[in-house]
Design a protein around this ligand. Structure first.
Ligand SMILES: [Zn+2]
Length: 81
C-alpha cells in the first residue's frame, strides 16, 4: 500500500484521526513531513486502514503494541476531569 496515496485520500475527507490517541490528521504535506503512517489491519474477513500519528508510531516502534496501549491508558488516567 502506498502510504502517501492513502494519507492524501484520508486528508481529503477531513476525517482522519490517530487510531490510538485521536490526534487529528493535519494537512497532507504536514502529515507526510512529520511522519504520519497508515497501516492495514487484517481482521476477520475485513481489512481496515488505521492512522498512526508520529508520536504513537515512535512509541510503538520502541515498546511494541502492548507498551503503547499501556502508555496511553496511563496517560488517560492522569487527565483530570
Ligand atoms: Zn497518536
Amino acid at each position: 500500500m502506498d502510504v502517501h496515496e492513502a494519507l492524501r485520500a484520508i486528508c481529503s475527507t477531513g476525517e482522519g484521526y490517530c487510531w490510538y490517541c485521536d490526534r487529528k490528521l493535519p494537512v497532507e504535506e504536514e502529515a507526510i513531513s512529520t511522519g504520519w503512517d497508515v497501516q492495514r489491519i487484517e481482521g476477520e474477513g475485513v481489512a481496515s486502514i488505521i492512522l498512526l500519528c508520529p508520536s504513537c508510531g515512535k512509541l510503538r516502534a520502541e515498546r511494541g503494541e502492548e507498551g503503547l496501549l499501556r502508555h496511553l491508558a496511563l496517560r488517560m488516567e492522569r487527565i483530570p476531569c
